[in-house]
Design a protein around this ligand. Structure first.
Ligand code: FEO
Length: 403
């Protein structure tokens, strides 16, 4: 049965959600499911904005049929060719053989890579600044390369002053009835998964996100229609400000992320004492993760959020303990910049991981080490408590001094 939602006089939500998916992109846990948004404009010409993941195919086609209400589909605007939005293009073409596919030249190439139908017969290539008049509405196309693939574009509806933003401004999580950001607790609940989505999916491409934000700032945007998550109409400026900070790799707030791994508890004991000292000295935002157990997508999101990062791990096979090495790889590959670091290394006979962690972090622009790496041999000794105290003071002074 169709499940469409009327968004305005002539616009419908025809997307759907998957709550059975364990890992989005086979990488990121989605305990609250995942939505794949698609929108149908019923103007003089009919326009579908993207398809959905194949997991939702049946529901999607029922929705599109219902929203078209017997009309033909004139246009499919493809903002992004990743299969969570583009999987059903070839099925759509079979069902609506007169449809014109509007997309960038790179997206056309990708259509040919993914599918066997004759794309040349269907595709109308558009570029930055091109427009499409559908009757009452005029759509302007804006290229958004690497947000999150190279072929991406977004569309601005000049009539309704709305932005179809592709992956930008999306979030993990299924749609739970409510479609709009002002129908949920945006700052306390929703933003956390939107942050995890941004940092893990698009976090590496800050420069390209900045370019898109600059372009979007030229438009008066009343509503944002992303391809995942809620439609944004109340928190537009707040969300854009978050995107600005994330893409500039500026921390959202002062606080300390402590990420550690510990084989027998010696390293864990050190970071627990450090966390207590920080709290005693008045630091409020402290998040501690064992990277051997916590999902790295959660830890990365907090690394983007906070100003200071403590990394503590064990030397293992003369290298960095595996789970910490994996987290560091994630940190470096997502290009996190401008953070202040403190390192703790452990090693019962030949501690070596501190220097190796430092080499990884030095790859990230704007990284600063507040003090020397604290070296533990098996367990913290009482004569090292002063070093830990000093480490806590360095962090506190840096935070309080805004440095
Ligand atoms: Fe939601 Fe990059 O696809």
């Amino acid at each position: 049965m169709q499940n469409i939602r009327k968004l305005s006089d002539d616009l419908y939500y025809v997307g759907c959600s998957d709550r059975r998916l364990a890992l989005f992109e086979s990488a990121y846990p989605v305990p609250d499911g995942m939505s794949y948004n698609s929108y149908l404009l019923n103007d003089e010409k009919t326009v579908l904005f993207d398809t959905v993941d194949k997991a939702c195919a049946l529901q999607f086609f029922e929705n599109v049929d219902a929203a078209l209400d017997g009309r033909n589909l004139d246009y499919l605007v493809v903002h992004h060719m990743e299969p969570d939005h583009a999987a059903l293009i070839s099925e759509l073409v079979k069902k609506y053989p007169n449809v014109k596919i509007v997309c960038t030249a790179k997206a056309k190439d990708m259509i040919k890579q993914f599918f066997d139908f004759d794309a040349d017969n269907f595709v109308q290539v558009v570029k930055e600044g091109d427009t499409l008049n559908t009757g009452k509405h005029e759509l302007a196309f804006i290229s958004a390369p690497m947000v999150h693939w190279p072929e991406v574009m977004v569309s601005y509806d000049k009539t309704d002053k709305t932005l179809y933003s592709a992956d930008a401004f999306g979030s993990f999580g299924a749609i739970n009835g409510n479609l709009y950001d002002d129908e949920v607790d945006f700052n306390d609940g929703y933003l956390s998964e939107a942050r995890r989505y941004y940092t893990n999916i698009v976090g590496k491409y800050g420069t390209q996100v900045q370019m898109l934000l600059k372009k979007v700032s030229q438009f008066d945007v009343k509503v944002i229609y992303p391809l995942h998550g809620l439609i944004i109409r109340k928190n537009i400026s707040e969300f854009i400000e978050k995107y600005n900070r994330w893409s500039l790799y500026m921390p959202e707030e002062n606080g300390v992320l402590i990420a550690y791994s510990s084989v027998y508890g010696g390293t864990e004991n050190v970071i627990n004492i450090l966390a207590s000292k920080l709290a005693d000295k008045g630091i409020k935002n402290i998040k501690v993760f064992d990277v051997s157990y916590s999902n790295h997508s959660d830890v990365l999101a907090q690394a983007f959020r906070y100003s200071h990062i403590v990394l503590a791990t064990t030397t293992y096979n003369m290298g960095i303990f595996e789970s910490m090495h994996s987290f560091l790889t994630s940190l470096v590959s997502h290009n996190l910049q401008n953070r202040k670091y403190v390192l703790v290394e452990n090693g019962s006979w030949a501690p070596a991981c501190g220097g190796q962690m430092k080499i990884e972090i030095e790859k990230l622009k704007g990284s600063e080490f507040l003090t020397d790496t604290l070296c533990i041999k098996s367990a913290l000794k009482s004569d090292q408590l002063s070093d830990l105290e000093n480490m806590a003071d360095m962090i506190v002074n840096s935070i309080k001094g805004g440095n």
